[in-house]
Design a protein around this ligand. Structure first.
Ligand code: SAM
Length: 276
């Protein structure tokens, strides 16, 4: 990703969440009234509407991964975790619509400096207030160590933390991905990371698949992909005590009551790993 330009793929997935909020039925998989304030409505319909046949599956995946991570975070808070780090936050809006159970959290939004600047200016333009428990840490994962960046951002490394890492891993070189997983694995017990990942293209994909092709065209090529089996093995080898990769059948069962007319997911690539 360029030094100077804010992420376009972040805008594209925010458009999916905005579309879900504005045009999909109720109840919703993800109730995100802030998303439409951050993305222009014309972009929402162009990026997420019928013009792109795979847009519905992308939208489902994007809202499911956020819902999954927020559900995991709620469980982490129940077991006493009080720090939440959103890695590659893009236009994630959790902090600006946080439920009462999140008020005791310190929330750290980590992103590439250019993307973070653009988000902050869009929040400002939309009149979205910054809650007192949110802190911003501008970090380029390929250049600065997460430990260094988070320490200077105020993370208490002696206490457990929940990490959300959605739609980011595929944009990093494998070494940078390993560095993030290793850092989280070395956090105090009860820490957790919830993530989404990219799979190798399927046989019937044209080239690398339409979503990866769109990211490539936006100047943000995918660099790291995993099969679920290889990713689970890596996480176990790093010493995570509990590793979950959500299966497509389970995801469809879990979110069926919230799908409101949306088709089933054809594939899901999200999971979580807890430090023992
Ligand atoms: C597709 S967006 C996902 C945003 C958000 N997590 C979501 O789900 O809406 C990818 C994000 O990764 C961030 N990113 C990509 N490469 C990065 C790097 N080297 N350092 C920091 N952030 C990076 C981008 O700035 C962008 O916000």
């Amino acid at each position: 990703m360029s030094e100077r330009r804010a992420s376009l793929t972040a805008l594209s997935v925010a458009a999916s969440r905005a579309y879900h909020q504005l045009y999909d039925g109720t109840p919703k998989i993800l109730d995100d009234p802030i998303a439409p304030k951050l993305v222009d409505d014309a972009l929402v319909t162009r990026l997420s509407g019928a013009a792109r046949p795979w847009a519905t599956q992308l939208r489902l995946h994007v809202v499911v991964r956020s819902r999954y991570a927020e559900d995991r975070l709620a469980l982490a808070v129940e077991r006493g975790v009080r720090q939440c780090v959103i890695l590659g936050a893009g236009y994630d809006t959790f902090a600006y619509r946080q439920p009462p159970w999140a008020r005791e959290l310190a929330i750290f939004e980590v992103d590439h400096p250019a993307s973070q600047r653009e988000k902050r200016s869009r929040l400002d333009a939309a009149g979205v207030a910054l809650p007192g428990n949110v802190r911003f840490a501008p970090i380029d994962f390929e250049r600065t160590s997460l430990a260094e960046g988070l320490r200077s951002g105020g993370l208490d490394e002696t206490r457990p933390a929940f990490f959300s890492w959605l739609g980011v891993m595929m944009y990093l070189e494998p070494d940078a991905v390993d560095a993030v997983f290793s850092y989280v694995a070395s956090r105090p017990p009860s820490s957790e990371i919830a993530f989404s990942f990219a799979r190798p293209p399927r046989l019937f994909d044209v080239g690398q698949g339409p979503v990866a092709a769109a990211a490539f065209a936006a100047g943000e090529p995918w660099k790291t992909r995993f099969t679920p089996r290889r990713l689970a093995a890596k996480l176990r080898a790093l010493g995570f005590a509990q590793v979950e990769l959500l299966g497509v059948r389970e995801a469809n069962e879990r979110y069926k009551p919230l799908r409101s007319g949306l088709p089933p997911l054809l594939q899901v690539s999200v999971g979580s790993a807890v430090v023992g």
